[in-house]
Design a protein. Structure first.
Length: 93
């Protein structure tokens, strides 16, 4: 890309590979940059992104459901491990 200054605001942009030229206004480019900068929303926070992902990511609800089930099974296993053997003998009689 070659840029040739035509006047204070206008530049001619020449593409050597394509053999094409384009007239570019620096002020027009600046106006576009300003407008896009105004229109562009702020980056969402991590909390907003996480909330969106939890609602919209395929399989995330299923994954969370599996994790919840795993936690419940681990909790139940821990409770079973604390059961006294003498209690079982009384139930069997």
């Amino acid at each position: 890309m070659i840029y040739l200054q035509a006047d204070k605001d206008v530049v001619i942009k020449y593409d050597e590979d394509l053999k094409t030229a384009e007239v570019v206004s620096k002020s027009a480019l600046s106006d576009q940059i300003d407008q896009l900068s105004k229109d562009l929303p702020d980056d969402p926070s991590d909390e907003v992104l996480l909330a969106w992902a939890k609602e919209n990511y395929p399989g995330l609800k299923e994954l969370q459901s599996q994790r919840d089930r795993l936690d419940a099974l681990k909790e139940e296993t821990a409770q079973i491990g604390s059961v006294q053997v003498t209690g079982i003998k009384e139930i069997v009689k």
